[in-house]
Design a protein around this ligand. Structure first.
Ligand code: BGC
Length: 391
């Protein structure tokens, strides 16, 4: 498992034209990550201590940060989840007495760099960043470090920067694992008499989460591919072949169109599509609606975006991994508050996330599988959506 995930990480690093130094997933990277952390002399305790010290340096927030300005940098408004993340963060930070500078960068790296630089020059005392390209923020983050401004990596890990004090996310490896396990169960792979056909889609190569999503899922289903119980007709199984730039639905749709034309237009049945998230699933579902006439495949997703929940209710998507963005926002606001008060933030993972400078102390929230059977409880009764929104 570890080897495969590390291989996936390396492939991804190469695809992104960089060396991430990332050892892998929630489970896999203990030893690699520990070595890297030791090499960098950068333990969890040291990081937490550093965050604490930074928070009390000259020019940095004084203890009891109420009223302080917090910069929140989000990648894009194009995807529903980031709008929810941004709105939740802003509302919760304001409720806790902070001022908020919330920015979206239209998935453009340079825009995000400028926004962060502006946040620093405008006097933000702490930064919360969901990066577009995890490896492109070195320069503004050096400025943040210089100015004693602590940084929290939000949902996606910022790579190769020692300015990151904490990371808060969902258990990304588990997200992939749950998708893989769902497929095994739904396709009845243990006892299937005939091989089943599957195609694979993951997200943006510059998003470190993809290593975990794709790695977690492949760690479950690779065995069945090796045994011949699962067949990837297109032959596209390598990370760089199945990646989707910017997690773009249209790009996923175009790739699926080509795959259908080349492999499934002669009546060959497509049994399943592993999609790392809902935006890629949506593209796949659009392509299927346009040009696939066989029995409908089992499709996975992540985020429970409204369009995908609707598709789920219409039998066009089997599941989505729900990551309640309210939980993540609450956790991050607690982190901000702890650091602004000159203390240490609560964490529950000190081994999985090495950003190339050492292990980043992390808080992992729990992802949950949502299907037509439990969507009411998870999405409606929990107040995440109204029934009307998903009709
Ligand atoms: C997030 C997913 C999201 C994807 C595309 C990932 O980093 O963890 O929830 O679907 O980005 O925005």
């Amino acid at each position: 498992m570890k080897k495969r995930l590390i291989a996936a990480a390396l492939t991804m690093a190469m695809a992104a034209g960089m060396m991430t130094g990332c050892g892998g997933s929630g489970k896999p990277a203990e030893s690699v990550a520990a070595t890297a952390a030791a090499d960098a002399g950068n333990t969890e305790a040291a990081k937490a201590e550093e965050a604490k010290t930074e928070a009390s340096q000259d020019g940095a927030p004084a203890a009891g940060g109420a009223g302080a300005l917090i910069g929140v940098a989000m990648p894009t408004k194009d995807l529903q989840r980031w709008n929810q993340d941004g709105a939740n963060m802003k509302a919760e930070l304001e409720a806790a007495g902070y001022e908020v500078d919330l920015q979206y960068a239209s998935n453009d790296v340079q825009t995000q760099v400028s926004q962060i630089e502006n946040m620093i020059s405008n006097g933000c005392q702490m930064l919360v960043i969901a990066s577009i390209d995890g490896s492109s923020l070195g320069e503004p983050l050096s400025q943040a470090k210089e100015a004693g401004i602590p940084v929290i990596s939000y949902d996606r890990l910022i790579m190769n920067s020692d300015a990151v004090s904490y990371y808060a996310t969902f258990d990304n490896y588990k997200v992939g694992q749950k998708q893989g396990e769902y497929l095994v169960e739904a396709l009845g792979l243990e006892n299937a008499a005939e091989p089943k056909n599957i195609e694979l889609f993951t997200g943006d190569p510059a998003d470190n989460n993809c290593v975990f999503f794709f790695g977690g899922a492949m760690d479950v289903i690779q065995k069945y591919i090796d045994e011949g119980k699962l067949v990837v007709k297109s032959g596209q199984t390598a990370f760089e072949q199945v990646a989707t730039a910017n997690w773009d639905s249209e790009k996923a749709q175009n790739r699926m169109d080509t795959i259908i034309a080349g492999n499934y237009s002669d009546g060959t049945v497509l049994d399943a599509v592993l999609c790392s998230n809902d935006s890629t699933a949506l593209g796949v579902e659009n392509a299927l609606a346009a040009s696939y006439t066989g029995p409908y495949p089992v499709i996975t997703g992540q985020d429970c975006d409204i369009a995908n929940v609707k598709n789920m209710l219409n039998g066009k998507q089997a599941m989505s991994v729900f990551k309640d963005t309210r939980t993540l926002a609450t956790q991050v606001v607690k982190m901000v508050d702890a650091v602004m008060q000159g203390g240490e933030a609560a964490i529950n993972d000190t081994s999985s996330y090495d950003n190339g400078t050492g292990i980043i102390p992390t808080y992992l929230c729990e992802p949950v599988v949502v299907t037509i059977d439990n969507y009411k409880e998870m999405l409606i009764e929990s107040g995440y959506y109204t029934e009307d929104q998903v009709k």
